[in-house]
Design a protein around this ligand. Structure first.
Ligand code: MRU
Length: 365
């Protein structure tokens, strides 16, 4: 997508052939800054600190992290160490494991002397595939949006999304936002309700920034407003991304997604989840019991960072000094609350049968 007229991806090889560039997402929407990653530790830190975040982008950055590690030491030991260090950065998004396993399987067949080049090439391939997959998700979602818009003649289609599943969460296009961009570009009138998505506010800071840059009409709402809007007929459909989806269609996504799905179910609002197949964990059946939920620093709840009137960035306390805070990063929406999964192979039922029919090659691997 374009930023000030310049086309960007969220991660790309550096011009020196030895580094990787990313957009520092912790500074958005107030500053647009790109930073280079030179080492395995740089890549691991960028993922852990959420300079890059979003399930697909975490996976692609990890793949490049392996390449950076092998450029310093192409041995089997270094390959295993890189995979272990990167796998430990964030527990919930399964694209991380998927990318690391794909890199390791490929690189084990390559002689150490050729490994760094092969790793950069494979990471680039994963990035290119992610763009193609996100674009396909957008195309399948566009068909759904067309149908929904035909049922809302004479007014913009009202869409609600949670967290950031846009191009910033992938390499380009996004998952949940890809259909929104494709629909907007196709001339479908729409408006997006953007959940602010506490505690890190990826909706208010990232989704709103992306949509604004593309010219998509949107309104930021507090996380608790969705139910009210749905009760009053002001949401036609919800669409979110996911960090891990089980083989049975349970969907793990940013904390608060489950509550939106419950409200959608109660109000007859379709609830769609957009995902690349790299987000499906074929080894899991029961999302609520089996998916590891990241617990993050309570300071993300007790404090908040924003821009001052003078243009500086400042962090302030929200809570009494002695109050502790719990910070669960994700929750699980059971498959029964999901209207459909929008994948790169079409819209499928959130069920074992639906996923297996679309991805027989992966389901039976
Ligand atoms: O904690 P984050 O910002 O990595 O969480 C991101 C989300 O929950 C997204 O909705 C999810 O990764 C789907 S992204 C395409």
């Amino acid at each position: 997508m374009k930023v000030d007229g310049v086309a960007y991806r969220t991660v790309w090889p550096g011009a020196d052939g030895a580094s990787v560039e990313i957009i520092d997402q912790t500074l958005l929407p107030h500053r647009f800054v790109t930073v280079p990653l030179h080492t395995l530790d740089d890549a691991a830190r960028a993922i852990r600190a959420m300079q890059v975040r979003g399930a697909p982008l975490i996976g692609v950055t990890a793949a490049y992290g392996v390449a950076l590690a092998l450029a310093a030491d192409p041995s089997d030991t270094a390959l295993a160490n890189a995979a272990a260090v990167l796998a430990a950065t964030r527990p919930t998004a399964v694209n991380l494991r998927w990318a690391l396993e794909r890199m390791a399987a490929h690189l084990r067949t390559v002689a150490p002397a050729d490994r760094a080049a092969a790793a950069f090439a494979e990471a680039g391939q994963i990035a290119d595939e992610d763009v193609a997959v996100s674009s396909a998700i957008g195309d399948y979602g566009l068909a759904l949006f067309r149908e929904a818009a035909s049922k809302a003649p004479g007014r913009p289609l009202q869409v609600l999304t949670h967290c950031n599943a846009g191009w910033l969460a992938t390499v380009d296009w996004g998952t949940a936002l890809a259909p929104i961009y494709k629909a907007f570009d196709a001339g479908i009138a729409l408006h997006v309700w953007v959940d602010e998505t506490r505690p890190r506010n990826q909706g208010a800071s990232l989704t709103a920034w992306e949509l604004g840059r593309h010219g998509v009409p949107h309104t930021v709402i507090v996380d608790n407003a969705g139910g009210h809007l749905m009760q009053h007929g002001r949401v036609d459909l919800c669409i979110v991304g996911t960090d891990r989806t089980t083989a049975t269609g349970d969907v793990c996504n940013k904390i608060g997604t489950y509550l939106k799905a419950l409200a959608a179910h109660d109000n007859g609002v379709p609830f769609y989840v957009a995902l690349p197949s790299s987000t499906i964990d074929w080894r899991l059946d029961d999302g609520v019991r089996e998916i590891p939920i990241e617990e993050r620093d309570g300071r993300e709840v007790t404090h908040i960072t924003g821009a001052t009137a003078g243009g500086g960035l400042e962090t302030v306390a929200l809570t009494p000094e002695r109050s502790t805070a719990a910070n669960f990063g994700f929750d699980v929406t059971p498959a029964r609350l999901v209207t459909g999964l929008i994948t790169e192979r079409g819209v499928v039922a959130a069920s074992r049968a639906g996923l297996a029919a679309a991805f027989p090659d992966q389901a039976n691997a």
